[in-house]
Design a protein around this ligand. Structure first.
Ligand code: DAH
Length: 344
């Protein structure tokens, strides 16, 4: 074949291939064989091409290669279109809005715990954790509990295998002594966690609940630092109008000790059934770390001082969300949990 005839044939084949159609995969295969197999039209053209003198080869080579690529692409695209169409199941309506997947929600106690952590972390506190199965030293002795303190009694504390040395922690204050034993001041920690007490389960008491403890030990830490921290916490947690009041109290591990009330966030302090018409509700215990506790944990009480505070997460959650019955927190009733869907 002359090279002029070849150019004509290349052009004709190009228009022919461009117009190709196939209604099934077998048709596509027939077309592939017709044009691209060893004896196919394009391969035959390549055989003719090899006979041409070099100057003509230069002229024909490029369009011939382009034709081959064009045919390959065309046949592949015919195949892909048919395969795609094959996979579509007509019984499925792809335009329909999908069914909503039910998302879980965070547990209200986690929501509140995270908020407490976030407020204290803005003041530079970092999280510390300790074991729930504890020993007497960390829960009681190091924290200045007298040998005959009622909390050491079976009535109040769960002991493991009746061994008076191993018990379930009754408060997260145990993490204080664990951290102080290992770290020299400055210490600024917050300890969230679960605690256990031997109580009959009712709407108002449970055998386990959650606490967050905070501890700050450094040189020259004063009660004024504690008060400022408490006021900041109360306003961040319950709103900028919140007032606080401190009442003298007693804890073995703090001296002086206090309990903090906030102005009732339900009635704004006017008095309602929630605050028993006093306008105030109690939310936490606090005080200056007793020098005996610092010394027991290896921190020199002549050089350092500190404050500590501890609060119940259930109590704070009740105040924020008015949960009337403590048992709701552990029953995992979906209707209750779903009420907190929008809370983070
Ligand atoms: N541990 C106390 C309790 O379980 C709470 C508490 C009170 C913690 C005063 C403190 C504190 O750190 O200073 O009731």
């Amino acid at each position: 074949m002359t090279h002029i005839a070849m150019i004509d044939q290349i052009n004709n084949l190009k228009s022919e291939i461009e117009a190709l159609e196939a209604s099934n995969i077998a048709d596509v295969e027939t077309l592939r064989i017709k044009y691209l197999s060893k004896k196919g039209t394009i391969s035959v053209l390549f055989n003719d091409f090899r006979q041409l003198p070099p100057d003509q080869k230069r002229e024909i080579g490029k369009p011939l290669n382009e034709l081959k690529d064009f045919a390959t692409e065309k046949i592949n695209s015919l195949r892909e279109a048919l395969e795609l169409a094959d996979n579509v199941d007509d019984s499925i309506d792809l335009t329909r809005t999908p069914a909503v997947m039910p998302l879980g929600s965070r547990h209200p106690l986690s929501v509140v715990k995270n908020e407490i952590i976030s407020i204290f972390s803005r003041l530079g506190f970092t999280i510390a954790e300790g074991p729930e199965v504890e020993d007497d030293w960390h829960v009681f002795s190091s924290l200045n509990f007298a040998a005959d303190h009622p909390a050491r009694d079976m009535q109040d504390t769960f002991f493991i295998k009746r061994n008076p040395e191993v018990l379930l922690r009754t408060h997260t204050s145990s993490v204080q002594s664990r951290v102080m034993e290992k770290t020299q001041p400055p210490i600024r920690i917050i300890c969230p966690g679960r605690v256990y007490r031997n109580e009959a389960i009712s709407a108002r008491a449970h055998c386990f609940f959650h606490q967050v403890e905070a501890l700050y030990v450094d040189k020259n830490v004063s009660f004024a630092d504690l008060k400022q921290t408490l006021l900041y916490f109360a306003r961040e947690m319950f709103g900028p109008e919140t007032k606080i009041r401190l009442r003298p109290s007693y804890f073995p591990f703090t001296e002086p000790s206090a309990e903090m009330d906030i102005s009732c966030n339900l009635c704004g302090g006017k008095g309602c059934s929630f605050c028993k018409h006093t306008g105030w509700v109690e939310i936490l215990g606090c005080g200056m770390v007793d020098p005996n506790v610092l010394d027991a944990c290896g921190i020199d009480s002549k050089v350092y001082s500190g404050y500590a505070l501890g609060m119940g997460v259930e109590r704070i959650t009740n105040l924020k969300y008015q949960v009337k019955d403590l048992r709701m927190f552990s029953e995992n009733d979906k209707r209750f949990l779903e009420e907190f869907r929008s809370a983070r």
